[in-house]
Design a protein around this ligand. Structure first.
Ligand code: 3PG
Ligand code: MG
Length: 400
C-alpha cells in the first residue's frame, strides 16, 4: 500500500492543475455576534501551509469544508463567508468565495479560477448528500465535487472520522494525496498510541457517553486517568456523592461504577468543585468539597484542590494526552480549573498532546503558550476515535 502525500503531489508539479482540498474550517464563533466573529482561528491557520504550498506552486486551489451542523440545505447562520474573509487575511492574497457548493456560482468560479489562486466553496453541509447515510446519495454529491478538480488532497483532520461525501467518497473518484496537516496529526497520534511511560490522560467535556469508548480503550494503557469537566459528576455520583443540579447521565451510573472498580487508583476524580446557582457568568458560586455540593447548585469547574492533585499526577508523566476542558472555561468564573490543568501540562518534561476542538480552543482563548505543548490537534473526535483503535473513514479512503 503506497500512500501519496502532498510532497509527492508538489514533486509531480501542480501548476495549472485544479486541486480540491478537503479542510476542516469548522471554527467557533462568538455567541450571537453579527457579523459573526471567529473566537479561535486555529483550524484555519493549521491548514495554511498546505494551501500556501499549493498556491505558490501555481495550483488552482479549491478549498471545501463544513461549518456547524446545518440540515442539508442552505442556512445563512452557517455560511463560510466569515471564514473566507479570515482566510484571505491569513493568506495575504485573494480568496474567491463561491456562494454555493456545487451550483452555478461554484461552477462559474471554478471555471474562472486562475493558476495560483484560491477558491473557497460554500458549506458542504448545505447539501444533503454530504452527510447522507445512503451511499448512492453521497456518491452523487461526491461526483459533482470531483468534477471540479484533477486531484484531491485530504487535509481536514477534524472530520476524518466522518464517513461523509467530501471525506470518504470524493477521494475514490480522483487521484488522492494525504495533506500536510493530516500527516502531522497522524504522526503524533501514532506516538501517543505507543506512549512512553508514565502515560497520563486527562479527560473532560460534558458527556461520559462520548468518552466511554476511549476510556475503555485507554484504561489498560494509562498510568493515570484524570477526569474533570461535566462528565466527572456521573463518576462522582457513582461513587455515592450527591451532585445537586450538576450534569448527570443517570443511564451511565452503573457503567461508571464498573470503570471505577476496574480502574482502581489509576482513575483520579476531583475532590472539590466550583458550585454555581446557575449556568451563567454572574451566577453566585463557591468552591465546595465534593461531598458538600448543595442540592440547588451545579458544578461548573473543578476546584483548586483538584487542580493541585491533577497537576501532581501529570508532573512526572513522559506522555500526556488531554481532551476536554475541566469546566465552563468560556465563562471567566469557571475557567481556573482548565487553566490550572493546562499550565500543569505545559510544565511537563515529556511529550504533551492537546487533543482537539474545545481543549485546543481553551488553550488559545485563555492565552496559554501554544508552542509549549508538543502538539495541539485540530481534531477532538478524530483523535479520540484514532486512540480507540477505530478505522477513520477519511484515512481509509486516502490509503486505498
Ligand atoms: C468537529 O468540530 O468536531 C469537526 O469539525 C467535525 O464536526 P462534526 O462533529 O459536526 O462532524
Ligand atoms: Mg464534533
Amino acid at each position: 500500500m503506497s500512500v501519496k502525500t502532498l510532497d509527492d503531489l508538489l514533486g509531480e508539479g501542480v501548476s495549472g492543475r485544479r486541486v480540491l482540498v478537503r479542510a476542516d474550517l469548522n471554527v467557533p464563533f462568538e455567541k450571537g455576534s453579527d457579523p459573526r466573529v471567529i473566537t479561535d482561528d486555529g483550524r484555519i491557520r493549521a491548514v495554511l501551509p498546505t494551501l500556501v504550498a499549493l498556491r505558490d506552486a501555481g495550483a488552482r486551489v479549491i478549498v471545501m469544508s463544513h461549518l456547524g451542523r446545518p440540515k442539508g440545505a442552505p442556512d445563512p447562520a452557517f455560511t463560510l463567508s466569515p471564514v473566507a474573509d479570515r482566510l484571505r487575511e491569513l493568506l495575504g492574497s485573494a480568496v474567491v468565495y463561491a456562494e454555493d457548493t456545487v451550483g452555478p456560482g461554484a461552477e462559474t468560479a471554478v471555471a474562472a479560477l486562475e493558476d495560483g489562486h484560491v477558491l473557497l466553496l460554500e458549506n458542504l453541509r448545505f447539501n444533503a448528500g454530504e452527510t447522507s447515510k445512503d451511499a448512492a446519495e453521497r456518491e452523487a454529491f461526491a461526483a459533482q465535487l470531483a468534477a471540479f478538480a484533477d486531484v484531491y488532497v485530504g487535509d481536514g483532520f477534524g472530520a476524518v472520522h466522518r464517513k461523509h461525501a467530501s471525506v470518504y467518497d470524493v477521494p475514490a473518484l480522483l487521484p488522492h494525496y494525504v495533506g500536510g496537516l493530516v500527516g502531522r496529526e497522524l504522526d503524533v497520534l501514532k506516538k501517543v498510541a505507543s506512549p512512553e511511560a508514565p502515560y497520563v490522560v486527562v479527560l473532560g467535556g460534558s458527556k461520559v457517553s462520548d468518552k466511554l469508548a476511549v476510556i475503555e480503550a485507554l484504561l489498560p494503557k494509562v498510568d493515570k486517568l484524570l477526569i474533570g469537566g461535566g462528565m466527572c459528576f456521573t463518576f462522582l455520583k457513582a461513587q455515592g456523592h450527591e451532585v445537586g443540579k450538576s450534569l448527570l447521565q443517570e443511564e451511565m451510573l452503573s457503567t461508571c461504577a464498573d470503570l471505577l472498580a476496574r480502574g482502581g487508583d489509576r482513575i483520579v476524580l476531583p475532590v472539590d468543585v466550583v458550585a454555581a446557582s446557575a449556568f451563567a457568568a454572574d451566577a453566585a458560586h463557591d468552591v465546595v468539597p465534593i461531598d458538600a455540593i448543595p442540592a440547588d447548585r451545579l458544578g461548573l469547574d473543578i476546584g483548586p484542590e483538584s487542580v493541585k492533585i491533577f497537576a501532581d499526577a501529570v508532573s512526572t508523566a513522559k506522555t500526556v494526552f488531554w481532551n476536554g476542558p475541566m469546566g465552563v472555561f468560556e465563562l471567566a468564573p469557571f475557567a481556573a480549573g482548565t487553566r490550572g490543568v493546562a499550565e500543569a501540562i505545559l510544565a511537563v518534561d515529556g511529550f504533551t498532546v492537546v487533543g482537539g476542538g474545545d481543549s485546543a480552543a481553551a488553550v488559545r482563548t485563555l492565552g496559554l503558550k501554544e508552542d509549549g505543548f508538543g502538539h495541539i490537534s485540530t481534531g477532538g473526535g478524530a483523535s479520540l476515535e484514532y486512540l480507540e483503535g477505530k478505522t477513520l473513514p477519511g484515512i481509509e479512503a486516502l490509503e486505498k
